[in-house]
Design a binder for this molecule. Sequence first.
Ligand code: HSC
Length: 721
Amino acid sequence: MAVYTRIPGSVAVITLTNPPVNALSSTVRKAISQTVSRAGADSEVKAVVLCGDNRMFCAGAGADIREFSGTMSGPALVPLIDEIEGGEKPVVAAIEGVALGGGLELALGCHYRIAHSEARVGLPEVTLGLLPAAGGTQRLPRLTGIPAALELITTGRHVSAPEALKLGIVDKVTDGNVREVAVEFARSIAGHPLGPRRVSSWPVHCPPDLGRLLEEALTRIRQSSRGAMAPVACVQALRAAATLSFTQGMEMEKALMATLFNSGQARALQYLHFAQRAVGKWSMPSGACWHNTKPRPFHKAGVIGLGTMGKGIAVSLIRAGISVIAVEMGEKQLEVGRKAVNAMVERNARKLGKAPALALIDFTLNLQDLCDADLVIEAVFEDMNLKKQIFRELSSVCRPSALLCSNTSGLDIDEIASVTCRPELVVGTHFFAPAHVMKLLEVVRGSRTSPVTVATAMQLGKQLDKIGVLVGNCSGFVGNRMLRPYTEQAYFLLEEGARPEQVDQVLEEFGFAMGIFKMSDLSGLDVGWRVRKELGLTGLILPSGAAPRIRSGHRYSPLPDILCEKGRFGQKSGWGWYLYDKPGGRVATPDPWLETFLEEYRNIHGIRARRIDPQEILERCLYSLINEGFCILEEGIAAMPEDIDAIYVFGYSWPRHRGGPMFYASMVGLPRVLEKLEHYHQAHPDVPQLEPSGLLRKLVASGSPPIQQWGQVIKKHRSHL
Ligand SMILES: CCCCCCC[C@H](O)CC(=O)SCCNC(=O)CCNC(=O)[C@H](O)C(C)(C)COP(=O)([O-])OP(=O)([O-])OC[C@H]1O[C@@H](n2cnc3c(N)ncnc32)[C@H](O)[C@@H]1OP(=O)([O-])[O-]
């Protein structure tokens, strides 16, 4: 609702009251409309202040975001804002906390905007698959000019109050009580002519190279968010602002919104918005969960190993103000690591305009120096024996309360914990490369990990500004376990006649920034090779005479192993699935050698190459990954589909506008996914990952409920297992 108060001496204050973020629900819109009319009708009132309760102006939405999925009711936001702007009495927006989306659009319809210095404003609709459709795309460029509006609306970036002042979005910034400052200001401008204060009547200042600017924006968008509709629509709306009248621009804004509103992309991005919040509300099978378990405080962390992962982890910790002691095994590695970490910290500080926090990090060769750390993150090679040796030592070196975390990407946490005297304090913290950039942290609980340990690891993620997702312990955990059938399908497709660039093209058209083969070249083919050797799938462990394309009775492709045996490790060696101009080169070109090699390989193994259409490539790669996701839900390794989707979007660059693999499956339709898996499994009975999971069958048998209701079916299904 909105509360109406008369301040002695001619000012009315309208306070939006809808906790937690004063979203513009239908009730709130109705109350604004009524209170604005009341102020208009009251002859004593000469000016109005619009503010939000609880130090928060308004986080937006013509309806709140949740209302978007239902039918909208109550007064529409656009005429309401027009009414405020067109009114005869000045309205001053007093902005505290945030003014986002519809909240900022409401403020843009006011005649003046005063913000607290710590407030933030922005039009983040694009991140929800929408555009600011209550006049945001037409009023903002009239205040800031096209280039700034283009950047803000297509990225959804939040802007601090001081920056908003520079850009012309707000008129005044104060450190004082915004409401009081706004009331005082409102008194002072009562009676001033309002014509010049109506932003809709302002001209849009266009740069002379408008066409080029918009084209460049579209190119950037196509590169960074391949296939996403909302940012493209934002550019179109801004083109309309620059070239049409305000009224025509508003019509264009409305038409574009209608297209986005009904798209699956908006649904996917809104689902993701809530999924991202839901994963923080973790729970364990024991009943322990985020609101009944307190994390332990931590101030000092150890990082073991300064390879790619260790360096990124150390930088993340320092950035969060946690002091770090970094350990390497040899003088040379320590020196190289020290230089690299210091340079990264300095670069990062320069970007933020802060002093580098180099005093927060110490480097040592001695594990004993970790004796007073509150937690230690081991980030050495994926070698179980090495990890066990380190954890054994940590167990005696570290203080009894210290958390021992392993940055393993898939090794058994219970086996690592078994060599320590404190398995309840051992937890997996799986970071993603580069660890100071990627948002995801998979927190892996072993069978003996205590709730407090989980709570502390999840809190660590929060403090590092990551999205922590709690998962169970199994080979590859959630992310890498699901990746295995996906990459295997890609290799099988090559065996059957596809080329790497063909598979990559299909995946890139789906929305991935990089196809699986380009991605493997970037991360290094040797990483997976080492894991497969450790699993006994390739290398010397294999008995001589073993069938090259079968492991444990199932189909196996030795293609990536053969490439590694030939020294083709990807970008770092200058060749892998593609050819690069030099070792470390970035531009991938198809390699004629590989084409010949694949032909010979097929001849040796008696495989007749066939033409494989893009739909089969997409379905086999994605549905096998999704099927594994269902198995993971069935086993309770992930608690809910939102966990899997957050992992894939924030750790594996799954296109955001597709919502994540499980959401995508729900959009395709579970019966179709099931039917296709059955079809491909029939064609490839030696690939067990194509056999539809029991949970998928159950969901289809239960009428394929919407993803938000899978939880009930999952619970029942698990209790029957
Ligand atoms: C033709 C049709 C015309 C249509 C007109 C279109 C109008 C407009 O252009 C569309 C919009 O405004 S689109 C909207 C554009 N606006 C945005 O995209 C803003 C998105 N929100 C944010 O960026 C962050 O939530 C804040 C920065 C507001 C707070 O961050 P923080 O301090 O880290 O806290 P937190 O944990 O994140 O949230 C706390 C609680 O608030 C909840 N909630 C949040 N926003 C909500 C909303 N708008 N609504 C409802 N609820 C919202 C959130 O779920 C959570 O609830 P829970 O029950 O406790 O789990």
